[in-house]
Design a protein around this ligand. Structure first.
Ligand code: UD1
Length: 417
C-alpha cells in the first residue's frame, strides 16, 4: 500500500499535460472486441482502471501490448465470453463488456461489476436496454448470463440518462440487424468519442452528444487507430488545485468546452481563466464562495468533480451548499476534510460547507478515486504536513499524479507503507 506525504501551503505555478480521458478510453477498449482487426488507441493512459480493462481483454483471448503510449489490441483470436469475478470486481466498466462480448459471440457471462463504493450503482438500465435488442438475460449466483441470436435494432428509452447504459447499448447495437434509437441518452463528451471511434471502424452512429442517438447496425467493423479526448476530470482537478492554492498554471491538451460548468463556477469565485490553442490557463488570487454547486448529468456540474469542489469550498470566503444528485454515498471525503479543520455539515445528499481561512495538515484516508484526489488537493493547500492513504483509488484514474503536481510546485512524494 502507498501513501502521499505532503507538505502543504505553497502556491502552484507552471504547466502540465492532461491525459486522455479515462472514461473515454474504457469504452473504446470494450469496443475493440467488436472487430477481429487491429485497434490502436494513442495516448492511452497507464492508469489502474485501463490496466484492469486490458486484463479483461486478455481473459477474452485478445492480444494487447503498449507501443510507446499507444495501446495495440488484436482481438482476432478472442474466444472466451466469460469474465470472472476476480477481474470484474476491479472496475465498474467491466459491465461495458456485456454489449460488445454478446455482439461478438452471441453470449456473455460476466460477474457483477465492482468499482468505487459511491452508492448503489444498479445496472438495470444496461440489462433493460440489452433485452430490448433481443438478448436473454439471466442473473444467477453473482453472474449475469446473456445470450442471443443476431441482435436486433430497437427503440430504447432510458428512464435516466445513464452514461454506462448508453455506451453499453451503443456497443451492443453497432452490429445489430436494423436501426436502434436510444432516447433520453446521456450526452457526455465520452459518448461522442465512442461514437466517433466506432464510426472510424466503419460504424453508422449519429446523434451522440444529444438525447437521441441513432445506431444503424452494420455487418462488419474493421480496425482503427484513434486518439481519445482529453480527460476533463483530470483537467478540472488541476484547475481546482490552483484555485485552492493560489498561483497561475497552464494545462496542455485540455478542452474548455467539456468543463464549461466548472469554468463558470471558478470564474464566479473570482479566478481568471482563459484558453488559447489547446491550453487552459488559470490565475487564482482570492476565493469567494461558489454559493451552490449541484451535480447533474452533462452539461451540468460533473459528480466526478464534486469531492474536489467540496475541498475548494472549505477554503472559500463564505458558505457553499453542495448537492450530490447522482450518487447516494458520495460524501466519504467529508469526515477526512473535517479532520483537516474543515467546517462541513452533511444532510442526506447535501453538504453545507462554511469556509475557513486555512486547512491544517492531518493523516487522512481515501475511500474512492475522486475523494482521494480531493484530499490530496486539501493537503497541498493546507498548512503543515499531511499524509493521504491508500493510493490504490487515486491510481485508478490519475497517471503520474504526484509527478504532475510536483512539476507545478507542490511538495508531494509517494511512500510505501
Ligand atoms: C459514469 C462514469 C463515472 C461518473 C458517472 C456519472 C465511466 C467509466 N464512469 O459512471 O465516472 O461518475 O458516469 O457521470 O464512464 N443508474 C441506474 N441504473 C443503471 C445505471 C445507472 O439506476 O442501470 C444510476 C446510478 O446508480 C447513478 C446514475 O444512474 O445514480 C448515474 O449512473 P451512470 O450515468 O450509469 O454512471 P456510470 O456509467 O456508472
Amino acid at each position: 500500500m502507498d501513501k502521499f506525504v505532503i507538505e502543504g501551503g505553497g502556491r502552484l505555478s507552471g504547466e502540465t499535460e492532461i491525459q486522455s480521458a479515462k472514461n473515454a478510453v474504457l469504452p473504446l477498449l470494450a469496443a475493440s472486441v467488436l472487430t477481429d482487426e487491429r485497434v490502436e488507441i494513442h495516448k492511452c493512459p497507464r492508469i489502474a482502471d485501463v490496466m484492469n480493462m486490458v486484463g479483461i481483454l486478455g481473459e477474452l483471448g485478445c492480444k494487447t501490448h503498449f507501443e510507446g503510449d499507444t495501446m495495440c489490441i488484436d482481438s482476432a483470436d478472442a474466444a472466451n465470453h466469460e469474465i470472472p469475478a476476480a477481474l470484474a470486481k476491479e472496475l465498474r466498466s467491466s459491465v461495458f463488456m456485456l454489449g460488445s462480448v454478446v455482439s461478438r459471440f452471441g453470449r456473455a457471462r460476466i460477474a457483477y461489476p465492482g468499482g468505487c463504493d459511491i452508492g448503489l450503482r444498479p445496472i438495470d438500465l444496461h440489462l433493460g436496454g440489452l433485452r430490448r435488442l433481443g438478448v436473454d438475460v439471466a442473473e444467477d449466483g453473482g453472474y449475469i448470463d446473456c445470450s442471443c441470436g443476431r441482435l436486433r435494432g430497437a427503440e430504447v428509452l432510458l428512464d435516466f440518462p445513464s452514461v454506462g447504459a448508453t455506451e453499453n447499448i451503443i456497443l451492443a447495437s453497432a452490429k445489430a440487424e436494423g436501426t436502434t434509437v436510444i432516447r433520453n441518452a446521456a450526452k457526455e463528451p465520452e459518448i461522442v468519442d465512442l461514437q466517433n471511434f466506432i464510426n472510424r471502424m466503419g460504424g453508422k452512429i449519429s446523434g451522440a452528444g444529444t438525447a437521441v442517438i441513432v445506431v444503424e447496425g452494420v455487418k462488419k467493423l474493421h480496425g482503427a487507430a484513434y486518439t481519445p479526448i482529453a480527460d476533463r476530470i483530470e483537467a478540472g482537478t488541476f484547475l481546482i488545485a490552483c484555485a485552492m492554492c493560489g498561483g497561475e498554471i497552464a494545462l496542455k491538451h485540455a478542452d474548455p468546452v467539456n468543463i464549461a460548468s466548472l469554468l463558470h463556477k471558478l470564474r464566479e469565485i473570482s479566478c481568471k481563466i482563459w484558453s488559447k490553442n489547446d491550453k487552459i490557463y488559470i490565475e487564482s488570487k482570492r476565493r469567494l464562495s461558489p454559493k451552490i454547486v449541484e451535480t447533474s448529468p452533462y452539461p451540468g456540474f460533473p459528480t466526478d468533480l464534486q469531492a474536489q469542489m467540496t475541498a475548494l469550498a472549505c477554503v472559500c470566503e463564505g458558505a457553499t451548499v453542495i448537492v450530490e444528485n447522482l450518487f447516494e454515498t458520495r460524501f466519504k471525503h467529508v469526515p477526512e476534510l473535517i479532520r483537516m479543520g474543515a467546517d462541513i455539515t452533511v444532510r442526506g445528499r447535501s453538504a453545507l460547507v462554511r469556509g475557513v481561512p486555512r486547512l491544517h495538515g492531518a493523516d487522512v484516508f481515501a475511500s474512492d478515486l475522486r475523494g482521494g484526489a480531493a484530499l490530496t488537493l486539501a493537503a497541498i493547500s493546507a498548512e503543515g504536513l499531511s499524509s493521504v492513504t491508500d493510493l490504490s483509488y487515486i491510481d485508478r484514474g490519475y497517471s503520474s499524479f504526484e509527478y504532475k503536481l510536483r512539476a507545478l510546485g507542490a511538495r508531494i512524494r509517494r511512500v510505501r507503507v
